[in-house]
Design a protein around this ligand. Structure first.
Ligand code: CP
Length: 332
């Protein structure tokens, strides 16, 4: 079975993975399920946390990481079915993943949105091509639409810092000079709903998340966790009484393929849409969360990210533990 999105897993599976990650973190699980085995890590895009935590995690589980960068340390890759490959792509995903599957017991892949064509990219075509052709588990290390390993580390961090049970959590858009992909906010909101948290999503008008995903989030909130979801454009009121603040910038789906229009549309929001001390003072002593990398004094002030409320480094550490739990579950 692949690990492409938390939507593929039931609430109890997510709880079990977090429990397993806590065992790794607390030194209660020293097992080496990857002894004598290799895992491929395929990066179409840059990374610090994902790459380092996956390489270290595979090592700590007794295995070997094979890191590949298509177009750099491996051939350029075509993913479209039926493509006539007479242009710049050298190898098809169909061969790439099946060859890797002869050497490796799982394949992790990072493939960001290009922010060019919303209708195509919202379907995660490259990730899904990997999943379609692969005989070994595919682990999503951030695709156009999902970053489930990040979301699992986020849910683990909320549980560690705030305890078990329903919390009031805010996902807030923040101004950034460039439009960014939506995978992190999508997966955070989805996982928070699955875990039963009371979720507030704040963003300026025009920066709505995908409609189909929002419908799934609302459904998960009702059926999985019994939480609720509120959407607001009130950048200050959104902070009232929340226990966790998750900041992230993302691009508008209305401007895929026209990023200069997004830059112009977001420019009036620069002064207001930043996480600062006055906004944090409205919360219920909230923790501050961000997936990193973060632009200081753009997304969040130094005063907030350097305060005791900030848990961003623990959140990054938890990537290691939760990914070990995911690999232990997937790889036999
Ligand atoms: N949060 C995260 O995925 O970080 P990297 O992009 O550095 O891997």
């Amino acid at each position: 079975m692949h690990f492409l999105s938390t939507a593929d897993r039931a609430r109890e599976d997510l709880d079990r993975l977090i429990g397993s990650a806590l065992e790794f973190k607390n030194g209660l699980n020293q097992s080496k399920p990857l002894a004598g085995k290799s895992v491929a890590l395929v990066f179409f895009n840059p990374s610090l946390r994902t790459r380092a935590s996956m390489q270290v995690g595979i090592y700590e589980l007794g295995g070997n990481a094979v890191v590949l960068e298509p177009g750099g340390t491996s051939w350029t890759l075509e993913h479209r079915e039926g493509a006539i490959m007479d242009s710049d792509k050298t190898e098809h995903v169909a061969e790439f993943v099946r060859v890797l599957g002869r050497y490796c017991v799982a394949i992790g892949v990072r493939t960001f949105a290009a922010l060019k064509d919303w209708e195509a990219e919202r379907l995660d075509p490259i990730l899904n091509a990997f999943a379609r052709y692969s005989d070994v588990p595919i682990i999503n290390l951030e695709s156009a639409m999902h970053h489930p390993c990040q979301a699992m580390a986020d849910m683990m961090t909320i549980r560690e810092k705030l305890g078990e049970g329903r919390k009031k959590v805010l996902l807030t858009w923040a101004w950034h000079p460039k439009p960014l992909p939506m995978a992190v906010p999508n997966s955070f909101a989805l996982a928070a709903a699955q875990m039963g948290h009371e979720l507030v999503i704040a963003h300026p008008e025009g920066y709505e998340l995908d409609g189909e995903l929002m419908a799934a989030i609302s459904q998960h909130a009702k059926t999985d966790g019994g939480g609720k979801v509120e959407i607001t454009h009130d950048v200050e009121g959104a902070f009232d009484g929340v226990e966790a603040v998750y900041a992230k910038s993302w691009g508008s789906k209305n401007f895929y393929g026209a990023l200069d229009q997004d830059v112009a549309a977001r420019s009036p929001h620069r002064a207001e849409w930043i996480v600062d001390e006055p906004k944090m003072a409205r919360t219920n002593s909230a923790i501050f969360m961000h997936c990193l990398p973060v632009r200081r004094n753009v997304i969040v002030t130094d005063g907030v990210i350097d305060s005791p409320a900030s848990v961003v480094i623990d959140e990054a550490e938890n990537r290691l533990h939760v990914q070990k739990a995911i690999m232990r579950e997937l790889i036999h």
